[in-house]
Write a protein that binds this ligand. Sequence first.
Ligand SMILES: Nc1ncnc2c1ncn2[C@@H]1O[C@H](COP(=O)(O)OP(=O)(O)OP(=O)(O)O)[C@@H](O)[C@H]1O
Ligand SMILES: [Mg+2]
Length: 355
Amino acid sequence: MAGVRLQHLVKRFPDGSTAVSGLTLDVQAGEFLVLVGPSGCGKTTALRMIAGLEVPTMGRVLIGEQDVTDLPPGDRDVAMVFQNYALYPHFTVQENIEFPLRMRKVVATERARRAREVAESLGIAPYLARRPAELSGGQRQRVALARALVREPAVFLFDEPLSNLDAQVRAATRAELVRLHRRLGITIIHVTHDQVEAMSMAQRVAVMHEGRLEQCAPPMEVYGTPATLFTAQFVGSPLVNTISGRVDGSGGRQVFTGPLVVPVHATPGDATLAVRPEHLRLGPAEGAPEATIVLVEPLGAETIVHLALHDGTELRARLPGNSTMEAGAVVQVSVDPMQALVFDAAGRLAGRGRG
Ligand SMILES: Nc1ncnc2c1ncn2[C@@H]1O[C@H](COP(=O)(O)OP(=O)(O)OP(=O)(O)O)[C@@H](O)[C@H]1O
Ligand SMILES: [Mg+2]
């Protein structure tokens, strides 16, 4: 296993579009890093540059201590599983999984042993004798994963490998990948546009937006201290509440003023207050504004309440499953100041609330 270093990677396509614009990222040896971001932000392009399938316009790629920028894919010791994987249709599952080992002239008994081990860990051992056409989409996807894993390369690159799986198989495969990673200590760069997948699997989450890195940090840090408003909004469901206003004052007495008023430690100027739905309080509070409950979504373990302040600002609150809110009711809304974040006009974290 090896770490991966991306240094100022840029990818411009001949048509003039820029897919990746200055990506610098250090992935540690043995780390499970998830690259996440909206569709079109450059995730696949970044991964393809690591694999050697795309030549960077600028910048370097290092695997371990070696600069591999100018090496062909076959000399990089990476395995990549694509969104659209391709299995050999005439081979059985076992032959598909063994294929990379056959290419490396591993003897038959050892090939079979390793193929079975990986197949068992991914729950596809019962299908070793079948051909891909006799499998469901999810099973095929796991065969593609197994084929990458059996090779034991220095680095694994996964591009949305779980996207074709139904919700239950997806959750199970997610957990299986995390366990495999722990057991084998392999370096994984896993691409997804699904923030739940990113948060649940990653040791660190790298959030990309329009070809740039917004933040790279452990999941709870990305959630609790997002570096940008984009990251705050991308991670977390329901969507973080955002309230427009401004910060005034100085010397530790700053106050955010908008539809809600919150004491803050933040740089003065136009600002957006961001509050997670679980940090909104509904109920009597001195001086707090009123909001109308627009919609109540009982989800079982929790209830999501949608509200509108009188100026039209929409809010979402996450309450316990047994709460008895009703649409049409008017409640006072306040926030836990310690949990409020302040972003400046450029969308950068500029401070937070104070108690
Ligand atoms: N070969 C190409 N020529 C021109 N533009 C391209 C090419 N490949 C990708 N792009 C563009 O580069 C941008 C980034 O594409 P990329 O496939 O890396 O996005 P992504 O983050 O993987 O998105 P998704 O989540 O939809 O897979 C997109 O705007 C895409 O249209
Ligand atoms: Mg992609």
